[in-house]
Design a protein. Structure first.
Length: 75
């Protein structure tokens, strides 16, 4: 196993953990809102989770593009 694949796996794993954390944040804020909370922090948490989700998805997409480029170079 070369260093590139280890780094890629670590990058994707970290991004997936970020996606899971963003989902958990959304779930918690949504539960609070659904139960009648009017705390503005819940709305802020939703916005931050959306940004986090987009950023982590972009990391995974970029990693996939890099891997594809590397495979094209090797081929």
């Amino acid at each position: 196993m070369d260093v590139g694949s280890v780094s890629s796996n670590s990058t994707v794993s970290t991004a997936i953990e970020g996606l899971k954390k963003a989902q958990s944040t959304v779930d918690n804020a949504a539960q609070n809102i659904a139960s009648g909370s009017q705390d503005p922090e819940d709305i802020v948490a939703l916005s931050q989770a959306a940004t986090s989700f987009k950023a982590n998805a972009a990391v995974i997409k970029t990693d996939n593009e890099i891997q594809k480029s590397l495979l094209d170079i090797k081929a």
